[in-house]
Write a protein of this length. Structure first.
Length: 562
């Protein structure tokens, strides 16, 4: 038994059946054996040209028999393109359909020849050919092909759901007939229609009355067109030029396939067990015609939290009150909903959490163009199932003061996970960390009394901020207390002022939330580099507004998106 699997890495198989126009929107399913054998010939000549024809031909002849298929769940789709035509002028366009089969990249399509056997050397050569096959059909049908061993083939054969219809047989009601182009085991490897005639002039000596003379004769000879010169190798352009309705050396075989092979079946609803490990990290990419500057980090984080709370409250309200749920009635106190959770930062009594176990909303600029392009939401204790539902449903945020009508800030979920298996940029471990946003002090600097500082002195401001920063490190990273004591904290200064990434000054950042009593703009702020004796995992967000992206440090020297 010979069996192979085809995995389409992009989740699409692009191929138009022979004899059908591309704009008919028809798709070839299953992949035709004629196409598969032609692809193997192309791979042989392109990647293994030193292998002699005598080694390859017996393999292809054996595979010319109609195989069985294992068709995975799939659906059909198409895209439309307006291609330049120039028939009526330079701006003329013609509509072209691109139909394809959609299937999961991890769901293989199997091709099985149950009655075919090959020698070990032939199996090895076939495996090499399949390993070099990188697409099947049109070039965008990226493909990974693999030969199965006997044990895998036996198990896979039991799943076959598409096969040639036997003579005088009738398909079952659950199946449908589909014409599939297959190679003729004999004619596919002959050359009756793939030779060109060429005239050749031959000179010969003829004895005449006045001596010997030269006579020229013209005769026609047959010249091979391809190497190898098989019908299987005929190019489509030649087939059309010679007006072949079907390729010579091919034959149509009636196959049966499941009638519902393209039926879109709903995916089973995922249920999260409350007892399972909770995701701690959820990561989004941001997209807009104009992305916000990094100086707007705090408004972006605040808008993301507000949008998530709205979705969380709506979800809990619908679960509790059903179709009668109304956010206005919730605000009026008629339909109370619990606000407990990591996203809101409140407990069951509605009081703010103490410590730093609630969610951090961390916008980041990861391509270093000065604009926020990602946002990472992190909670050390993880997110509950209803919080994850709110996070997964987030599609758009509207920072305060941004013209959301003309420049909506869209979000795309990239992934989620736990600290041990998912480490995007602000989370990964590093020995050296550098400010991505200004560190804002947790307390005001005293200008009177015993512990007052001289605000006009840069050294005094740096000393105050370093002391406050080290205290924050001890509070936020208690498990790394020894590292915090030995950590080196270096201010990032340029011409007597703090600079972030050699570009931004802390005063350029929004440092106060939209709450009336927030006074972040009146506190001292700076930028620093922290060096630990050993690698410390992130996120490291410290100081005032740290849960909204302020005081964020990122690994130094690895500021690339993941």
């Amino acid at each position: 038994m010979i069996a192979l699997v085809l995995n389409f890495a992009a989740g699409r198989y692009h191929a138009t059946p022979w004899g059908r126009h591309v704009n008919e929107g028809a798709v070839e399913w299953p992949p035709s054996p004629w196409r598969l054998l032609r692809s193997l010939v192309a791979v042989w000549k392109r990647t293994l040209p030193d292998v002699p024809e005598g080694n390859v031909e017996p393999i292809l002849r054996a595979l010319a028999a109609p195989p069985m298929f294992v068709l995975p769940p799939a659906s059909s789709g198409h895209t439309r393109h307006y291609m330049p035509w120039f028939k009526k002028g330079p701006d003329d366009r013609t509509l072209v359909f691109d139909a394809f089969v959609v299937l999961a990249p991890e769901s293989p399509c199997g091709v099985i020849w149950p009655d075919v056997t090959l020698e070990p050397s032939q199996r090895d050569l076939l495996a090499r050919l399949l390993a070099n096959l990188n697409f099947l059909g049109r070039a965008e049908s990226w493909c990974e092909a693999r030969l199965l061993d006997d044990a895998e083939a036996t198990v896979f054969c039991d799943s076959a759901n598409c096969a040639a219809l036997a003579e005088c047989a009738t398909p079952s009601p659950a199946d449908e007939l589909v014409r599939t182009l297959c190679p003729d085991p004999i004619a596919a490897f002959t050359s009756e229609h793939v030779t060109d005639e060429r005239e050749e002039t031959v000179e010969s000596l003829v004895q005449a009355r006045k001596g010997t003379r030269t006579r020229k004769e013209t005769r026609k000879i047959s010249v091979p067109v391809y190497d190898p010169n098989w019908h299987l190798c005929m190019e489509t352009l030649r087939l059309h030029d010679q007006k072949w309705s079907d390729p010579p050396g091919s034959t149509w075989v009636a196959y049966t396939r499941p009638r519902d092979c393209f039926e879109i079946k709903p995916a089973p609803r995922r249920t999260r067990l409350a007892s399972g490990p909770r995701p701690q990290i959820v990561r989004f990419a941001l997209d807009s015609a104009v992305l916000p500057l990094v100086t707007e980090t705090l408004p972006v984080a605040e808008a993301a939290r507000a949008a998530l709370i709205r979705r969380l409250v709506d979800g809990r309200g619908r679960d509790k009150y059903g179709g009668a749920w109304s956010r206005e009635r919730h605000k009026a106190g008629e339909q109370p909903v619990s606000l407990e959770g990591a996203i809101t930062g409140k407990d069951a009594a509605g009081k703010p959490h103490t410590g730093h176990t609630h969610a951090y909303h961390l916008p980041t600029d990861e391509d270093r163009d000065g604009r926020v392009d990602h946002i990472t939401v992190f909670a050390r204790d993880g997110f509950t199932p209803d919080e994850m539902k709110a996070l997964e449903s987030l599609r758009e945020i509207r920072p305060h003061g941004r013209d959301s009508a003309s420049h909506p800030l869209r979000v795309l979920l990239l992934g989620c996970g736990r600290l041990e298996d998912y480490q995007p940029l602000p989370i990964r471990a590093s020995r050296e960390w550098i400010s991505a946003t200004p560190y804002v002090a947790t307390r005001h600097a005293k200008t009177r009394g015993r512990n007052r500082i001289e605000l006009a002195s840069l050294e005094a401001r740096v000393e105050f901020l370093v002391s406050d920063l080290r205290g924050q490190l001890r509070a936020v990273l208690p498990e790394f207390a020894d590292h915090v004591v030995a950590a080196e904290i270096e201010p990032l200064l340029d011409d007597g002022s703090f600079k972030i990434r050699d570009r931004w000054r802390p005063i350029q950042f929004r440092r106060s939330r939209s709450k009336i009593d927030d006074d972040g703009d009146r506190r001292l702020a700076g930028a620093f580099r922290i060096k630990f004796p050993l690698a410390v995992p992130g996120p490291i967000a410290l100081g005032h507004g740290s849960h909204f992206g302020l005081g964020l440090f990122v690994p130094h020297g690895t500021e690339q998106p993941r």
